[in-house]
Design a binder for this molecule. Sequence first.
Ligand SMILES: O=C(O)CCC(=O)C(=O)O
Ligand SMILES: [Fe+2]
Length: 324
Amino acid sequence: MADVPVIDFQVYGLDGATDIVPTDGDLKKVAVEMYDALTNVGCLYIKNHGIASDLMKRLEASALQFFSLPLEEKLKVKGNAISQGYVPIGVERGSSTEPDVKECYMYFPANLAPWPEIKYFKESFIEVFQNFTILQHRILEVLALSLNLEREFFKKHHRTLDKKSATCIRAAFYPKMPDDFKKTNGQVRCAEHIDYGALTFIHQDNVGGLQVKTKSCKWIDLKSKDGALVVLLGDLMQRWTSDKFYAPPHRVLKLPDETDGFIGANRSRLSLIYFGSPDADTLVQGIEGSKYEPIIASHHYERRTERASREGYKGTYQELLKTQ
Ligand SMILES: O=C(O)CCC(=O)C(=O)O
Ligand SMILES: [Fe+2]
């Protein structure tokens, strides 16, 4: 069975500052590891990623405080999958006909919407976003080197902090369900899907339930691992790399009547997710030949969000393209 590797990023230094600038040669080892992970399973854990655990704890605490508010309070800052704010249970449905059992708060950096009045909420989202963006840049450099491209090849199209893109953070809260809660057929915490952009980072608590589907269609658990982040490839990056890298389907179980023994049945779960995408005006042209038509990043994103809200889908990027 394919394994999900843990990759150490210490070569860049730990504080998110730019004082360590490794040479291409310094990055060789980590580039080989990334290449193997993204060609085989499309995901990995990253440790020594430079994002302070105190900062993540602060964001977790303020997000939990927000989700514990009465629904009518949360609805005062309502948003949706493409604009900042609260997304209640029942809206997102992945591939399932039944809605996911999750509620979210979405943060987009170009936000003008009002913030909830919770201590550190706004500041933490902004600071975490900046830190994740530094990490995104570092990983994109390594990915380019791993494909024998110039180091800035992907990074230069991810300005993120000063150009429009779909990049955002989602705090996802999966509430504890009542003991007698019976899910309807196919309903899970987050239904099988692939992400739309370049790279996704997931910081999760220790409740469990996140799973990734391998190329041979086996589900494997992505358990929480000592502060390591989960990194998943998005389908736009699969397209950009002419299918060299693989965007893996993933999902979050579990509801109380699932019987596979994976932990978390009667506990709520919180995850903080960074969805990294290229700048909206990027022309994404496959690195090898003409397998795919070039596409503007914002058009890809619009197509994918439209499809997700209309009917969802499951499976790989190729399967999606067949039914589009
Ligand atoms: O909550 C998680 O761990 C993952 C959720 C997810 O895959 C998503 O929101 O796209
Ligand atoms: Fe996802």
